[in-house]
Ligand binder design. Structure first.
Ligand code: ARG
Length: 594
């Protein structure tokens, strides 16, 4: 469907052109004085200079042309030359009926679908997910869904951190504890056991222990580095251990991500880039891009226009070991080879921005990507506690994602139970209350995060996020549940609205709701283009407010005119679809009741 603003603008262009003015002056915007009008055009002011006329005369002439327009109910020229517009209620309700019947609520998909790889999640194997990983998962998932909704082919890759010193540390610690295992016997040529020599809880304990030891014991660290090196250079027993570590860890991670309603198409990791490193490095050398500096192999990435220093991109350490950079570059190699993406988007902590500048420049310079391939870094800010410092546990330790989720779930369950007690009549079983609490908790966390511009730091305020009032996830869910309950009531009375149309608005608040709904398509397009899930949040907050005002001012269930009541019900259905579509893109769902 044509976007509502485009319809209005085209109407305005016709009027400008009919009076002999350039149609580029016919720019229309949402009104900044909603008390006076819904849309406005300030083009007469600009045109006045070109045509050496008074702005008000131009405006009056244009208004005259629009007298019989079906799009507008009211068109006024006001001093010094503004054109104020109000949409015709029948035109607007026609647009609502169009949206209701259309695929994707009338939003046109992109003309040229692209293939896009989104790199998000970024969990590290054998280390528990902590809140730092929350933002990447939540924002990346929303972006993936938004991209698909507007019509792109989007592939989400978790890009596991599975290739660093942490692997060597785990291997070294295991060797200390269970030296008899065949993985450490270099002369062993048989089949390694299928079962991992540890559980997930052991693994989660092994890594921090080893990491702690390595900080105190230089020899221990040296041994871990050696183990890392041997792993990376193909030592059989260590590779087998790596598979065990990966299996155990990934099973656990999948469960955690599932609880967040986050899923990945690819579970690739840094280690998957290894096979591509030798050829990539060789080519960088052959092409004259990579050279030895202080023993390390580097590629210069600074540019003349830089205002701050961009250090060279390090490809290999002096001992020939690969780095985080190396795996990221080699990952670009396989992504290009296997998926031919038009764009790669990275959703990573903004503190890694300089690093990604180096990686992107290096990838372009050395021809790992095509000149037209998009490389985008979406850096997110830190999630802070109420004290303004990075979110920690009460004891000051790193907050595990699982604990955070559990504590919000608990808080939500308490609220629901209190709510139920207050209402008395609604009997929700304990089980349903728990399920519902989980759904609302997730909405609280995700909306609390996504409603902020991604690049900004924000304060994780559990009291505010879980509130049923204000700009929160639970408020949005509450609105959807309210609509669901009206629809249920209506249908349980044996009534049927199918076939009915949405009539021209019967009140100002109803028209206002329709105006809010009509902005959906343009909002979606813009939110995706700007990789800005927060724009969806602002939109649904306004939409929910518009709906609730309409709801409070309108007697829906006691409306005696059947036709009008049907029209209300149809409008409610559309509102519900738009809200549900939006929260699905943000990655959460609404319960049946709450
Ligand atoms: N594993 C990394 C971390 O925890 C994040 C990975 C981000 N993605 C990437 N392609 N480097 O910091």
């Amino acid at each position: 469907m044509k976007k509502i603003l485009d319809i209005i603008t085209d109407e305005m262009k016709k009027a400008f052109a009919a009076n002999g003015y350039d149609e580029n002056f016919a720019k229309v915007t949402l009104s900044n004085r909603p008390d006076l009008c819904e849309y406005q055009c300030n083009g007469a002011m600009a045109a006045a200079k070109t045509y050496k006329k008074k702005p008000i005369d131009i405006a009056n002439g244009v208004v005259e042309q629009l007298k019989d327009s079906e799009v507008f109910e009211e068109v006024n020229a006001v001093m010094p030359g503004f054109i104020n517009l109000k949409l015709d209620p029948a035109f607007l309700s026609g647009y609502m009926n169009g949206m209701k019947g259309a695929k994707k609520l009338g939003m046109d998909e992109v003309e040229k679908p692209e293939t896009i790889v989104i790199d998000y999640g970024g969990a590290n194997v054998a280390k528990p997910l902590h809140v730092g990983h929350l933002r990447s998962a939540v924002i990346g998932e929303a972006l993936k869904r938004m991209g698909r909704f507007v019509g792109h082919k989007v592939i989400g890759d978790v890009h596991l951190g599975d290739w660093g010193l942490q692997m060597g540390l785990i291997i070294e610690e295991l060797k200390d504890r269970k030296p008899e295992l065949p993985y450490f016997d270099e002369s062993f040529t048989g089949e390694y056991p299928e079962e991992a020599p540890f559980t997930i809880s052991e693994l989660e304990e092994i890594y921090p222990t080893a990491s702690g030891k390595s900080k105190e014991d230089a020899a221990y660290k040296e041994a871990a580095m050696q183990a890392t090196y041997e792993l990376q250079h193909g030592r059989r027993g260590y590779q087998a251990l790596l598979s065990h570590i990966l299996n155990v860890s990934v099973t656990d991670l999948k469960r955690n991500y599932e609880n967040l309603n986050v899923s990945f198409d690819l579970w690739k990791g840094e280690s998957d880039a290894q096979p591509y490193i030798p050829d990539m490095v060789q080519k960088m050398k052959d092409d004259g891009f990579a050279y030895i500096s202080d023993g390390a192999l580097v590629v210069d990435v600074k540019e003349d226009t830089d205002t701050k220093e961009i250090p060279p991109c390090m490809i290999l350490k002096s001992d020939g070991a690969s780095l985080y950079n190396t795996t990221d570059l080699a990952t670009i190699v396989w992504r290009m080879k296997d998926y031919h993406p038009d764009e790669l988007i990275y959703v990573v902590d903004k503190r890694q921005e300089l690093y990604f500048t180096q990686v992107f420049r290096c990838a372009r310079k050395t021809g790992l990507v095509k000149p037209e391939t998009g490389l985008k870094f979406l850096g997110f800010g830190t999630m802070n506690g109420k004290d303004g410092k990075p979110f920690k546990t009460r004891e000051g330790g790193v907050m595990r994602l699982q604990y955070l989720l559990e504590s919000v779930n608990e808080e939500m369950l308490k609220k629901i139970t209190e709510n139920q007690k207050a209402k008395e009549n609604l009997e929700i079983s304990e089980e349903e209350a728990k399920e519902t609490a989980k759904m609302i908790a997730l909405a609280a966390i995700k909306y609390g995060d996504l409603s902020n511009q991604a690049s900004k730091d924000y304060i994780f305020d559990i009291d505010r996020f879980t509130s049923f009032e204000g700009n929160t996830g639970p408020y949005i869910l509450y609105t959807i549940v309210r609509i669901k309950s009206i629809l249920n009531k209506y249908h349980s009375m044996g009534k049927d609205e199918s076939g009915a149309v949405i009539e021209a608005a019967h009140s100002a608040s109803e028209k206002n709701l329709m105006l809010a709904l009509s902005g959906f398509g343009a909002m979606m397009e813009n939110a995706y283009e700007e990789t800005a899930p927060h724009k969806i949040c602002s939109y649904i907050y306004e939409l929910a407010n518009a709906f609730n005002s309409f709801y409070h001012e309108t007697k829906i269930m006691s409306e005696e005119n059947e036709q009008i009541q049907k029209s209300y019900i149809r409008l409610l259905e559309l509102t519900k679809s738009v809200l549900e579509t939006c929260i699905d893109l943000l990655g959460f769902k609404a319960p049946e009741r709450m």
